[in-house]
Design a protein around this ligand. Structure first.
Ligand code: ZN
Length: 197
């Protein structure tokens, strides 16, 4: 079983348009378990597969961010947002953009359908924070990051921090501790070919 870790901007997985998962097996369940652990360790409330360099349409959330409140955990596999209503602006952060925050306008209320880990379909009507988290994670599956959704006037404020992250990744690639973008993309393609239709 491969070990996962959270990748930071501008890892190519964060720009990958992921495909639906075609089978839920022990490997996938293990990945989901690891994603929850990584999310709690990083004090997050949601984590998408793209953020652990897995090119599949799935994400996990726990709006409480509290590992003691496992009953609030929800896994979304092959999700679809069916309805979006209203709009609300709120501050967002992202585990792949550490210490970067900015205002994002999202639908205030959504209806989302997905499959859970047992392969059961479900539908949820969400508003407030859970609706925001789901829209944020859903975007990751299309390679969209929250700064892409920010008002262009607000982006210059966070740009230097994003540039610092890019410099860090390029340095790791130069010293050989992280593979090149071409190698990372080849791995994403291989993983995608393994378990999507
Ligand atoms: Zn994020």
């Amino acid at each position: 079983m491969s070990e996962l870790s959270i990748v930071n901007h501008p890892h190519p997985a964060l720009r990958w348009k992921s495909r639906d998962v075609t089978r839920i097996d022990a490997q996938l369940k293990s990945w989901v378990e690891q994603m929850f652990e990584l999310m709690y360790a990083a004090r997050g409330i949601g984590l998408a597969a793209n953020q652990v360099a897995l090119p599949y349409r799935l994400f996990v959330i726990n709006p409480s961010g509290d590992p003691e409140e496992r009953e609030l955990e929800q896994v979304f596999i092959n999700p679809q947002i069916l309805k979006r209503n209203g709009s609300e602006t709120g501050e967002e952060g992202c585990l792949s953009l550490p210490e970067i925050y900015g205002p994002v306008t999202r639908a205030e209320r959504i209806v989302v359908e997905a499959f859970d880990l047992s392969g059961q379909g479900f539908e949820m009507d969400l508003s407030g924070m859970p609706a925001r988290v789901v829209q944020h994670e859903y975007d990751h599956l299309d390679g969209v990051m929250f700064p892409d959704r920010m008002d262009a006037a607000d982006v210059p404020e966070i740009q230097p921090l994003m540039d610092d992250l890019a410099t860090q990744l390029r340095q790791h690639q130069q010293d050989g501790s992280v593979p090149s973008d071409a190698e990372l993309k080849a791995k994403l393609q291989r993983l995608q070919d393994e378990r999507t239709g």
